[in-house]
Design a protein around this ligand. Structure first.
Ligand code: HEC
Length: 120
């Protein structure tokens, strides 16, 4: 019985990994990526997962400041914001020393950058 439980867990992990990659291609319908708002969507994500290292006064974020729209624009424009949260090669995987953001948050960040990173 015990081993069956472990096997089932493994299956779940595999299934969720597979599901993840599919979500990248076809964002699920309960993840709304239209009209993403900097104020209501992007800023809270960064505040929760990034600003502990990347606030304006931080000395542990490698000099990368993600506080305030203007500061973030630089990383939106040079593609490192999206590259780092998607763990693309060539970028430092973020958030550092923590698990990847969930797919919906990543999709929102990507959609916001694709929309021209508006201050909305
Ligand atoms: C535990 C601290 C920490 C957290 C949390 C963290 N970062 Fe970083 N981040 C760093 C450090 C240190 C660097 C500079 C060294 C490096 O590139 O690895 C960095 C670099 C970056 C860079 C530049 C990467 C590049 O390849 O040029 C970006 C963009 C970035 N972080 C975005 C984020 C985002 C977005 C989040 C939240 C989802 C986040 N970081 C969370 C510590 C952190």
């Amino acid at each position: 019985m015990k081993s069956k439980g472990i096997f089932f867990c493994l299956l779940c992990c595999l299934a969720s990994c597979y599901y993840d990659s599919e979500e990248d291609l076809y964002p699920s319908s309960d993840c709304n990526t239209t009209n993403v708002s900097f104020l209501n969507d992007i800023q809270p994500i960064l505040a929760n997962s990034c600003l502990s290292c990347h606030n304006a006064l931080s000395t542990i974020g490698g000099g990368v400041i993600l506080e305030g729209h203007e500061a973030i624009l630089r990383y939106a424009n040079d593609a490192s914001l999206v590259g780092s949260v998607k763990h693309n090669s060539g970028y430092s995987a973020m958030p550092q020393s923590a698990s990847k953001l969930d797919d919906c948050k990543i999709s929102k960040i990507e959609a916001w950058v694709q929309a021209g990173s508006p201050n909305n």
